[in-house]
Design a protein around this ligand. Structure first.
Ligand SMILES: NC(=O)c1ccc[n+]([C@@H]2O[C@H](COP(=O)([O-])OP(=O)(O)OC[C@H]3O[C@@H](n4cnc5c(N)ncnc54)[C@H](O)[C@@H]3O)[C@@H](O)[C@H]2O)c1
Length: 384
């Protein structure tokens, strides 16, 4: 059996939706179930998990469900442990900055959910502090690892599109108000004071999708609104939804590509997937979702003629071709964890650092400002 190399990871916010399902169960426990993460020298990296949270009872419950024993409500004590190398944060966004600051001070490598912080200045401060401390750092950019977007990346790398003209994104679904059917997302997402809001939540995602697949975002114009002003929380109590629940954004990318992305918790799905991006290029177009990706080449593009007096003669959606999988796609969160762990353990290259996270927060902040002021804003380079 190959040697097991332990790596201590503090997981904060592990009782939450993302912390539990995607990061603990689907990523780190899945790596353990596979016998550890294989490294170049033939050894296996073995995540030793320290669960951190506010409720001892909830932590005990999570731990016992998975045969884990190491948990604490004392973040300071967990960060003081010499056998811990990485701090991971999946708490509510509003708690993140303080905790990551402490972890950097304790000399731990940082891996975190997005958004990195609630303000750009806070995000920059963390990125600078992490650089100064010489720790490694990364932020979750899970959408890049979705099968649909991996196929889109393949099309771009293979030169399918010719010159890319535009990107059109549709994201969202109906989030129930919580009165007659329970809401399917936590209520803090709809309260501004608790770090909620669809712009803060989704623009960081759109930022890395646009930047990594296409090119850097140079301007933003956004219209932001709260369509549903009153919702009901986990206890069934009514509250005022103070955060935005829909954002209609236009992003100009370097090189002239225009991206438009609608994000909404107040829309009913009439698409194949919960998020879809249509990319139009001179040589062809594609529509990529979470898993699937369909293409239409210029040579097979139909020639519709506008005549509302006649019934449709062609089924436009049938004229697209499915991009094959050609590979097995692992869970995106796990795939990114593996890259970050290799970055820490054997210095493997890693792109998505806290500066990338800060650029995501910057786009959210500028999006909100654009909406408030009713104007288009440039996205400046961050000053390191
Ligand atoms: N990458 C993605 O696709 C994705 C998707 C959803 C959420 N997220 C991010 O993950 C983070 C957690 O979101 P979630 O949906 O799992 O939320 P959640 O409400 O399910 O979990 C929040 C966690 O934070 C903890 N917490 C710490 N301090 C808290 C406080 N003062 N109030 C409430 N909870 C507190 C909770 O105990 C819980 O463990 C957010 O920052 C969110 O932006 C990322």
């Amino acid at each position: 059996m190959s040697a097991r190399v332990p790596i201590g990871i503090v997981m904060n916010g592990v009782t939450g939706r993302m912390g539990y399902r995607q990061h603990l169960v689907r990523s780190l426990l899945a790596i353990r179930e596979a016998g550890g993460l294989p490294l170049h020298d033939g050894s296996k990296l073995w995540p030793e998990l320290v669960l951190v949270g506010r409720s001892e009872a909830k932590l005990r419950d999570v731990a016992s469900r998975h045969g884990l024993t190491d948990y604490t409500t004392d973040l300071g004590a967990a960060l003081a442990r010499p056998d811990v190398q990485i701090y991971f944060d999946a708490q509510v966004t509003s708690e993140r900055e303080k905790a990551i600051g402490l972890a950097i001070e304790a000399g731990k490598h940082i891996y975190t959910e997005k958004p990195l912080a609630t303000t750009l200045s806070g995000a920059i401060e963390l990125a600078r502090a992490a650089d100064t401390a010489g720790v490694k750092h990364g932020v979750v950019q899970d959408k890049l690892f979705l099968p649909g977007l991996r196929k889109l990346q393949r099309l771009i790398s293979g030169g399918f599109f010719g010159r890319i003209l535009s990107v059109r994104g549709e994201f969202g679904y109906w989030v129930f108000e919580g009165d007659w059917q329970a809401a399917q997302r936590p209520s803090w997402n709809y309260r501004a004071a608790d770090g909620g809001g669809i712009v803060v939540d989704m623009f960081p995602h759109w930022h890395y999708v646009l930047e990594q697949l296409f090119s850097p975002v140079r301007t933003v114009t956004a219209h932001v609104t709260t369509h549903i002003p009153r919702r009901w929380d986990e206890q069934g109590d009514a509250y005022e939804a103070t955060a935005d629940d829909a954002a209609y954004g236009i992003f100009e990318l370097e090189g002239g590509v225009v991206a438009q992305i609608n994000s909404s918790w107040a829309v009913r799905v009439n698409r194949d997937e919960l998020v879809e991006f249509q990319v139009d290029g001179t040589e062809g177009s594609a529509v990529a979702g979470l898993r699937g990706c369909r293409i239409q080449h210029r040579s097979t593009t139909p020639k519709p003629v506008w005549n509302p007096d006649l019934p449709l003669t062609e089924r436009f959606r049938d004229q697209w071709q499915e991009v094959p999988d050609n590979e097995e796609f692992d869970n995106g969160f796990k795939a990114q964890w593996e890259m970050f762990l290799r970055h820490v353990a054997e210095d493997a290259p890693y792109t998505w650092d806290l500066w990338a996270g800060a650029r995501g927060v910057q786009l959210a902040e500028l999006g909100l400002q654009s909406a408030r002021e009713g104007r288009r804003l440039e996205v400046p380079e961050l000053d390191r």
